[in-house]
Design a protein around this ligand. Sequence first.
Ligand code: HEM
Length: 417
Amino acid sequence: MSVAGGPELFGWEFATDPYPAYAWLREHEPVRWTTLPSGVGAWLVTRYADAREALADPRLSKNPVHHAGESHTKGRTGIPGERSADLMTHLLNIDPPDHTRLRRLVSKAFTPRRVAAFEPRVRELTDRFIDAFAPAGEADLIHDFAFPLPIYAICDLLGVPEEDQDDFRDWAGMMIRHGGGPRGGVARSVKRMRAYLVELIHRKRGDLGDDLISGLIRASDHGEHLSENEAAAMAFILLFAGFETTVNLIGNGVHTLLRHPGQRARLQQSLERGESALLESAVEELLRYDGPVELATWRYATEPLTVGGEKVSAGDPVLVVLAAADRDPARFAEPDTVDLARRDNPHLGYGHGIHYCLGAPLARLEARTALGALLTRLPDLRLAADPAELRWRGGLIMRGLRTLPVAFSASGAPHGK
Ligand code: HEM
C-alpha cells in the first residue's frame, strides 16, 4: 500500500541527513516503490528484519539480466565500468554456482593471515600521510588522508608495483569524483585500469609473488579455472569495493566522533591507557550509526515474491537500505544515539548472506589503525567548518563527505623521530 506524501528522497537536504526520511519510511512504508533520480524504479526496503531477510533471499538475484526495466536503464548498478562487459563478471553481479566458485577462489587468496600480516604496512602508510599534513595545523581529512590510505593499501595488497600506484590514485580519484555516471573521464579511467590489470596479471604469471593477484593465479592453477578476464574483474571489484567504502568509513567515522565530544573523549582516554577493546567496538558503532554503504547493491526478483508484506513482481529491482535498517528501533536500543561501547550490535553495514563483505577484516584493520593514529597523534583534532556547510556526495549506494576540513595543533616531527 502506498501512503500519500512522505519525505522527499534523494535531494540535497536528504543527502545531508537522510535518517529522518528513513525513520518515516520504516514506520509508514517499510517497503516502498520509488522512482530514483536516474528514472529507474526500485523497491526500497528499510526495516532491519526485512532487510536481513532480503539480503539472504536466493530469489533476489544479483545478475542484472533479471532486471525487467527498459533497455536503456536495464541493469544500471552505479558501479563504474558496469557497461564494460569485461568487468561485469564480478562477485556483486553474479549468483551461485558461479558466485560460489569465484568467491572460493578469492577467499583462498584473501586469507585472514594475509590481512593480519599487512598491519605494519597499514601503520606505515597511516603515519606517512599524517606526517605530510601534521606540520600545517589544518587539513582536508578526505583529500589528505582518507582518500590516499585505502588506495595505496589495496594496491600493495594486490601487488601493484609502487611505481604504478600513483596512476591508480589518479584513476580512482576520477571514479570517486564522478561516480558511475556516463562521463567520458570515468569510462577512460576504467578502461585504463582494466588494461593495466590484464597486463599485470599476464606479467605476474611468469613471476609469482606473495601478493593477492599471485594468490589468485595460484588458486586458479590448482584445478579450478579463472580466466584472465575473470581475474581482472576480480582485481577491479576488490579495488572498487575496498576503496571508496574505506574512504567514507574513515571520513564519516571522524565526522561522527568530532560531533560527539563525550564519546570521542572516552575513546581517546582508553587509547591513552593502551587499551584496544573500545576502539574495536567503536569501529562497529561508527559503521552502524553512519556507515559508508547507505544502500546495498542492486538485486532483482527472479519470480514474484513478498517482501515485508509487499508484492514484488518478477524483474523488479530491490534496494536494501542498510542505513535505515541499522537505525531500526525494533532491533537497536536508542538507535539514533552514538554508543561506542555498544555490545548488542549486529549491524548490516557489511551486508549479510552470501555476498557479505569479503574485505571486512581489512576494512576493520584500516579503520582501527587510521582512527587510533589520528586521535593519538592529533589529540585536539577539531572540525574547521560549520557542520551545516559540509557537503555530502550525491551517490545512491555510498554515503560520504566531499571534504572534511579539520584543524589541530601543528606538529613538525614525523612519527617516531
Ligand atoms: C570499509 C568498509 C567497507 C564496507 C562498509 C563494506 C561493505 C560491503 C557491503 C555492504 C557488501 C555487500 C553488498 C551487497 O550485498 O549488496 C560488500 C561486499 C563486498 N566487499 Fe566490502 N565493504 C568495505 C570494505 C571492503 C574492502 C576493504 C574490500 C576489499 C579489499 C571489500 C570487498 C568486498 C567484496 C569483494 C564484496 C563482494 C562480496 C560478494 O559479492 O561475495 N570491501 N562490502
